[in-house]
Ligand binder design. Structure first.
Ligand SMILES: [Zn+2]
Length: 407
């Protein structure tokens, strides 16, 4: 009853917020609901099976993929599809789908412990941990430690974890039930040291291991192998996703492993994953002034590395856009952590409020570029028919508004 009242009030606030043109209203409803009923999240979680998804990169996409896969079991799956991933956003997502028996929720890394406790999730999905735009590597060790404590206190929960990320492995290994996935790890700059003893980690074709203690990559039940997945039964299937890039293939294998916990076979889940064509405005091609523009969101060094992997082959042009507003992190020194040399040999345009910071960085990597005022300015200078755009958070939102907010 209290949950219903809080949800109703929250829902009304969400509607008002939408009518006032202030976003999609998904957070304000939850904020008001939580103020009325601080236990709203746990009340709304009762009698549902919940999947939580967290990690530095790929949360929104993986949440979308798992939701698609679990669509095989239920018409209505509650989810926070637009990335409102703190308590208010989660409460709003559950409140909006009161009859959904399943929920797939993206959770901010720092909120995982308290959300796990409140929701009593059946599955927690741990993707990767690396420095984010506004913090340095030290903080992710603290995050991993808190996850360890939270998972140790949730013995009924299943954890689906990327075994190729040593810090994820350390965090997940406190859990009673872990399904290890070989999801790959391209960005290794934040995992040179053993989380157990602090020694140097060694890597070879078999994975990673500590040179001093017994901490090593666990044996995996699911494997991403090029464009294919090897499932828990040893069967090999072509992923053939519509979403591009290695990072999304990794996200898809994580989603398949989660789906299996719910009894959804890869043969049933995979066709559903292939139907996902875009995620919150990313990856779709939009027509702009006679050219095809594709938007990629990348917020931190690991994300930029994965975005480069998705670009059209050279000499396909690319626009890089960087802001440094609150959600982006004010400090742009992370730009120096990215290796831009792969962009040599293609037209590069640079935009955004901090385009000069990026320009200095590109100069240092000897990547030729043109400064532009915005996406249309770049579109007008492209000689071919397409343009890829990589932007960080608020730069992405600005470009999306310019291009007309397609889903
Ligand atoms: Zn060690």
């Amino acid at each position: 009853m209290r949950a219903r009242l809080a949800t109703t009030l929250g829902g009304a606030a969400g509607t008002m917020s939408r009518l006032a043109g202030r976003g999609d209203g998904s957070v304000i409803g939850g904020v008001i609901g939580l103020r009325v009923e601080p236990d709203l999240l746990s009340l709304l979680s009762v009698d549902r099976q919940i999947v939580l998804v967290t990690g530095t990169n790929g949360k929104t996409t993986t949440t979308r993929l798992i939701t698609a896969a679990l669509g095989a079991l239920a018409q209505d799956v509650a989810t926070n599809a637009f990335g409102a991933n703190m308590e208010a956003g989660l409460a709003a997502a559950l409140g909006k789908a009161p009859d959904a028996p399943l929920a797939v929720l993206e959770v901010d890394e720092r909120y995982l412990p308290r959300v796990l406790k409140a929701t009593k999730a059946r599955v927690v999905t741990l993707l990767n941990l690396s420095r984010d735009q506004m913090d340095r590597a030290a903080e992710i060790w603290l995050v991993a430690r808190r996850w360890r404590e939270a998972l140790a206190a949730a013995p009924d929960c299943w954890v689906v974890a990327n075994a190729d990320d040593p810090l994820i492995t350390w965090a997940a290994s406190s859990a009673r039930n872990v399904i290890w996935v070989a999801g790959g790890q391209r960005w290794q700059e934040d995992s040179w040291c053993c989380a157990v003893c602090g020694s140097h980690l060694m890597r070879d074709e078999l994975g990673w291991r500590c040179g001093e203690c017994s901490f090593r990559r666990p044996a995996t039940r699911w494997v991403l192998e090029g464009g294919s997945v090897i499932d828990s039964a040893g069967r090999i299937s072509d992923l053939s996703l519509t979403l591009p890039g290695r990072a999304n293939r990794s996200n898809a294998v994580m989603a398949l492993a989660v789906a299996e916990v719910f009894g959804v076979d890869p043969a049933h889940a995979l066709p559903r994953l292939r139907e996902v064509t875009s995620v919150a405005g990313r990856y779709t091609r939009l027509e702009r002034r006679g050219r095809q523009v594709r938007l990629l969101l990348a917020k931190n060094p690991a994300g930029w590395l994965e975005a480069f992997d998705v670009l059209e082959p050279a000499p396909g042009p690319v626009l890089l856009a960087v802001n440094a507003q609150g959600p982006d992190g004010k400090d742009t020194s992370w730009l120096w952590d990215v290796d831009y040399r792969v962009l040599r040999g293609r037209p590069v345009f640079v935009a955004g409020e901090r385009r000069l910071d990026l320009a200095v960085r590109l100069e240092a990597d000897m990547v030729a570029f043109d400064l532009v005022d915005g996406v249309d300015n770049a579109v007008d200078q492209v000689s071919g028919t397409s343009l890829d755009v990589i932007a960080n958070y608020t730069a992405f939102q600005q470009i999306r508004v310019t291009l007309g907010r397609a889903e």
